[in-house]
Design a protein around this ligand. Structure first.
Ligand SMILES: Nc1ncnc2c1ncn2[C@@H]1O[C@H](COP(=O)(O)OP(=O)(O)OP(=O)(O)O)[C@@H](O)[C@H]1O
Ligand SMILES: [Mg+2]
Length: 283
């Protein structure tokens, strides 16, 4: 267990309604760079049943072994385990893999589980179902500088749990037409959650991701969004993450880019983004 600090971690959800825009890649690599280069204590929480962030940080077999004996997000959100009522046995501490990467001390993970696919059915009749995670996170939030909640591309119960616990949301997006449609939808919906359900969320900004620099279309879309009146209150990060094959390959070895190939253009971009992130969030 990490030494307890007095300050509360900054909790950030990585979210976009559109799938495949780079949410998991952005969160995993930002977290790994914060821990490795800036000695920040970071807890990555994988809310997505696809388990992409989990398997980007640990081999599939290790995750399977862990989830047999220990807790995952499915346990933390109080889902039943194969008929046996074990949900009450899992405290948040039982679900945290400490130092998930031996080469990057300070980076912890709460892994996801495929079972989360059925979370909405399981918790349908449960009052306050969107607040379970926030309540449990409170116990350990002071152990970290940052908690990163990685969301699936929807606003269902798991995502609501992430958002309710978060101070900020950060939106990675590809600079294309369909992703920009998702951005408007996301902002409308989050403003509803803030007003109606007392979610206390602020927008940290948009990070353009998977950018193909040689495409005029990508360049034009970024410029168009930045000058669009509908997005005038949105902060657009200056640093963008280029499409870089090494970023796609790294999860095959269950490594973030700074361990897989620290000289790749993707790694350089994440170093720059981390500096900008720290400046923006203040930390
Ligand atoms: N900058 C990049 N360069 C190359 N490949 C990338 C980049 N960012 C992400 N990828 C790859 O693109 C795919 C989608 O990325 P990622 O999983 O990060 O998106 P996502 O928004 O989390 O998706 P989902 O909505 O399914 O959770 C993955 O295979 C990932 O490895
Ligand atoms: Mg993802």
């Amino acid at each position: 267990m990490p030494a307890r600090k007095n300050n509360r971690a900054k909790v950030v959800s990585f979210i976009h309604m559109k799938g495949g825009v780079g949410k998991s890649t952005c969160a995993v690599n930002l977290a790994a760079t914060l821990a490795r280069d800036h000695q920040r204590r970071v807890l990555v929480v994988d809310f997505d049943p696809q388990t992409n962030a989990t398997t980007s940080l640990m081999p599939l077999e290790a995750w399977k072994q862990w989830s047999l004996k220990n807790g995952t997000m499915a346990d933390l959100l109080e889902m039943e385990r194969g008929g046996s009522r074990r949900k009450s046995e899992f405290k948040i501490e039982d679900c945290i893999i400490q130092d998930v990467l031996p080469d990057i001390p300070g980076l912890d993970l709460i892994p996801s589980h495929l079972q989360l696919t059925f979370l909405d059915l399981d918790l349908a009749a449960r009052p306050g179902r969107e607040r379970i995670f926030a309540r449990k996170l409170n116990k350990i939030v002071s152990n970290y500088d940052f908690v990163f909640c990685i969301c699936a591309p929807n606003l269902m119960t798991a995502t609501q749990n992430a958002l309710f616990a978060s101070d900020w949301y950060l939106t990675p997006m590809q600079p294309d037409f369909l992703s920009s449609m998702g951005l408007s939808m996301l902002r409308d919906r989050l403003s509803y959650l803030r007003k109606s359900l007392e979610f206390n969320l602020k927008s940290l900004g948009v990070v353009f991701s998977r950018v193909r620099g040689h495409l005029t279309y990508h360049q034009e879309t970024m410029e168009r969004l930045k000058s669009d009146k509908a997005f005038k209150t949105v902060h657009f990060f200056e640093t963008f993450i280029p499409e870089n094959i090494k970023l796609g390959e790294a999860p095959m070895e269950s490594k973030p880019i700074n361990l897989y190939d620290n000289r790749a253009t993707g790694a350089v971009a994440f170093r720059k983004l981390t500096e900008e992130f720290l400046e923006r969030i203040g930390g």
